[in-house]
Ligand binder design. Structure first.
Ligand code: AOF
Ligand code: ZN
Length: 373
């Protein structure tokens, strides 16, 4: 990999990023085709509605200039017949001499077989490695997770004080984190397929949970309220902004009268019963997977945060810390419930990454280490 190779790959990755909220449930992919003389001859960004894979878009634009050229693809070219024919065939037919990819496609149907087939046909294939590989894999982390498990990648997001509090006992008007941090969260919402909160948060904050990034999306952000007794008020903002994008997850303990209300409002209600009488979170996440939801973000309160962590459905956390301390036994911690009763039983996190959000503000992103169950 030369510096020139890295520059083209960065451009391919930029193109892939333009597929935010447009590629799911498929991966985000960008491609740049450079002809034999080193000039850019084509490029492509995959969108689900556009159907054609990024490589094919770049090849079509380049036409005969593809022969002897190099294609930079942010994801390993596919080797399978799906909604479109395998890109490996298109690359071979076009006479490309060299393929540079940033990451393997962790979709188990592919996972290296695209690279193998290209090499077997005599094409030079190079894998970028390093920072580019990391960025490319990160971009498609939800897709890789979904392709392997059939479930969305679940991220628990919270804004909290440095001492881990999310709410004060007497007055919760105003925000914990800055406007810059909240803007950042809008970007994160934009990149998700679904967002969930609990009835307690709706009652306390009357939140909307909408994607207000102003950027285009192929499917509406699916909003979910976990509400075992269907207490969600008909005049809450989340209900008033309903636009075929809301599901209330409940249990059979909800009264028929409440169910009638939602039927009249045309708002879908789904029952996920569990032995505890609460919404079965595992079932809910499985169901989202069956609906082609590749990524779920949870923005909830102390109770639901505990419930989802304890149910083992959370894959990652994203914590925005404000330079504040609330203190007090009565202010709410990020995670409530009974918690873990010994240090040895604490939930473990790995791959921790911190980043600066604004002056005096940072965020932590980490993976939950799955516990044997
Ligand atoms: C994409 N876009 O640019 C690339 C993909 O037949 P499909 O369109 O559903 O895609 C099948 C698989 O092809 C897909 O799940 C992914 O693993 C791989 N590559 N997919 O949607 C692209 N290069
Ligand atoms: Zn393909």
């Amino acid at each position: 990999m030369t510096e020139t190779d890295r520059r083209w790959m960065r451009e391919a990755l930029e193109l892939a990023r333009q597929g935010d909220a447009l590629a799911s449930p498929n991966p985000q992919v960008g491609a740049v085709l450079v002809d034999a003389s080193g000039r850019k001859a084509g490029s492509g960004c995959y969108t689900y509605a556009g159907r054609k894979h990024a490589e094919v878009l770049a090849l079509e634009e380049a036409g005969s200039l593809a022969r002897g050229g190099t294609i930079y693809v942010s994801l390993e070219p596919c080797s399978i017949q799906g909604r479109t024919p395998p890109c490996v065939d298109s690359v071979l037919n076009a006479g490309i001499s060299r393929v540079v990819t940033a990451t393997r496609d962790r979709n188990p149907d592919i996972d290296g077989s695209g690279i193998e087939r290209l090499r077997a046909a005599g094409v030079e294939v190079e894998e970028a490695g390093g920072e580019l590989a990391f960025e490319a894999a990160r971009l498609n982390e939800p897709f890789f997770h979904f392709a392997r498990t059939g479930r969305p990648l679940v991220t628990l997001k919270t804004a909290l004080t440095l001492d881990g509090k999310i709410a004060a006992p007497d007055d919760n008007t105003g925000w914990i984190t800055s406007a810059t941090a909240r803007q950042h969260v809008q970007g994160v919402r934009h990149r998700h397929d679904a967002i969930m909160t609990g009835i307690g948060t709706v009652q306390a904050d009357d939140c909307r949970l909408t994607d207000r990034s102003g950027l285009p999306r192929r499917r509406p952000l699916m909003r979910i309220v976990a509400d075992s007794l269907l207490r969600l008020p008909g005049d809450s903002r989340i209900v008033e902004t309903f636009d075929d994008d809301l599901v209330v997850a409940t249990t059979s303990a909800a009264s028929p009268k409440r169910r009638d209300l939602f039927a009249r409002l045309n708002i879908p209600v789904r029952v996920f019963d569990s032995p505890t009488g609460r919404v079965d979170l595992q079932q809910l996440v499985e169901w989202l997977g069956s609906r082609q939801i590749v990524s779920l973000m949870i923005e909830a309160g102390a109770k639901l945060n505990w419930a989802v962590l304890e149910a083992g459905v959370v894959d990652k956390v994203l914590l925005y810390f404000a330079p504040k301390i609330l203190g007090g036994f009565d202010s709410l911690p990020m995670v409530g419930g009974i918690g873990r009763r010994s240090r040895a039983g604490a939930l473990q996190l790995s791959s921790l990454r911190t980043f600066t959000v604004a002056e005096n503000e940072f965020a932590v992103e980490a993976d939950i280490v799955k516990e044997a169950r």
